[in-house]
Design a binder for this molecule. Structure first.
Ligand code: FAD
Ligand code: SF4
Length: 331
């Protein structure tokens, strides 16, 4: 058993001070991921800093027409918030496609961004894993890799980011607001999570002394044409094999703007803005959707058990775009 101490932070500045001055300390929010990792001996923090009492649990309108989600708002309260449901239904759908009601009641928006991969080997401390123990190797590359990445992989790690919420946030061009010892900064969602490269143990560009305070949604919510399609082994309580967040603006049958983000295929929510641009100004036809799907998976690489994901991703992109175009049936 690993012993650890527990502190409850009362304001953001003291929370930041706690982790900035003690590298063995970590924040705990809903605890739905961190406690599991501690039980499996994957995470062994010496100190937990409970941030659940910080005043970061509100959803507020922004002056530019956007919406600010406090980092401690639960996934449930976000998904069922009236503004989110009406203006950002893509986000609401993506959140409700994940986990279970009980988990979503505990899970926070900040914690969702920082949840760790579900790679089986990452959780199995008897096996080599560069993400858990840098330099030990990757058991998944030549192992059972059915759930693993096909895009943006490295020879160090082929894990995927497991979040559904983050896929929608990527499509919506959300911005992550953080505070550290040197003050506040805003991180565009595309720059928040990292590809594995040579340092797969580092999941994000959040500084070691920083806390997520909020997630800002830009005014454009794509409420008229959207779909979140999640393909998984069971229809509930399962992580995505492939998921697609599709958000369109349309003028009649013509697409005027397209956003596509994929989950379950890479170490971060996957965007390919060049491929998205292929849809600008074209009619919403299956041929165009297939061409975009083809472009997105062009550089994909399978590792054996997960090679089926290449075709699956292409088909899921087409299906999600069809749902988003027609808005029926909704994904
Ligand atoms: C059985 C199961 C099934 C699941 N299925 C899905 C699914 O299908 N789809 C999906 O998307 N998710 C799924 N999840 C994951 C779940 O959504 C996450 O565990 C949850 O969102 C994490 O939030 P939390 O508040 O509990 O984070 P915690 O476990 O408290 O923290 C997670 C990490 O974030 C850090 N942290 C938390 N808040 C902050 C902050 N504000 N600033 C800086 N660091 C912070 C912590 O230090 C920790 O490292 C599932 C989880 C379980 C257990
Ligand atoms: S894919 Fe990444 S997380 Fe999984 S075993 Fe390899 S290094 Fe570890």
């Amino acid at each position: 058993m690993n012993s650890f101490s527990y502190t409850r932070a009362t304001d953001v500045a003291s929370a930041v001070h706690e982790i900035a001055t003690d590298r063995a300390a970590v924040f705990i929010a809903g605890g739905t991921n961190l406690i599991d990792l501690m039980k499996e001996n994957v995470a062994r923090p010496d100190r937990l800093v409970d941030i659940t009492r910080l005043p970061l649990n509100r959803i507020e309108e922004l002056g530019d027409g956007g919406l600010r989600l406090g980092a401690l708002v639960t996934n449930t309260d976000t998904a069922y918030n009236e503004h989110v449901e009406r203006r950002y239904p893509l986000l609401s759908r993506a959140i409700l496609a994940g986990a279970s009601p009980q988990l979503r009641n505990m899970a926070t928006d900040g914690g969702n961004l920082l949840q760790r991969t579900r790679c089986y080997y990452f959780y199995d401390t008897a096996t080599p894993c560069n993400k858990r123990e840098p330099g030990t190797g990757c058991s998944a590359i030549d192992g059972f890799n059915r759930m693993h990445a096909i895009l943006g992989t490295s020879d160090q790690c082929i894990a995927v980011h497991p979040s559904d919420m983050c896929v929608a946030l990527a499509a919506l061009n959300a911005v992550v607001r953080v505070t550290g010892e040197r003050g506040d900064r805003a991180i565009p969602f595309a720059d928040f999570h990292r590809l594995p490269g040579e340092t797969p143990s580092v999941d994000t560009n959040l500084g070691a002394d920083e806390i997520i305070t909020a997630i800002d949604l830009p005014a454009k919510g794509f409420a008229d044409h959207y779909a979140y399609l999640k393909v998984r082994d069971r229809t509930s309580y399962a992580f995505a094999l492939v998921s697609v967040a599709a958000a369109l603006e349309m003028d009649g049958d013509t697409i005027t703007e397209a956003r596509l983000a994929l989950g379950g295929v890479a170490h971060k929510p996957w965007r390919n803005t060049d491929a998205e641009a292929m849809l600008n100004g074209v009619n919403a036809t299956k041929d165009h959707f297939e061409a975009v799907g083809e472009a997105i998976v062009r550089d994909a690489k399978g590792f054996g058990h997960n090679t089926f994901k290449i075709v699956l991703a292409k088909r899921a992109i087409v299906r999600a775009l069809q749902y988003a175009t027609r808005m029926e049936p909704k994904a």
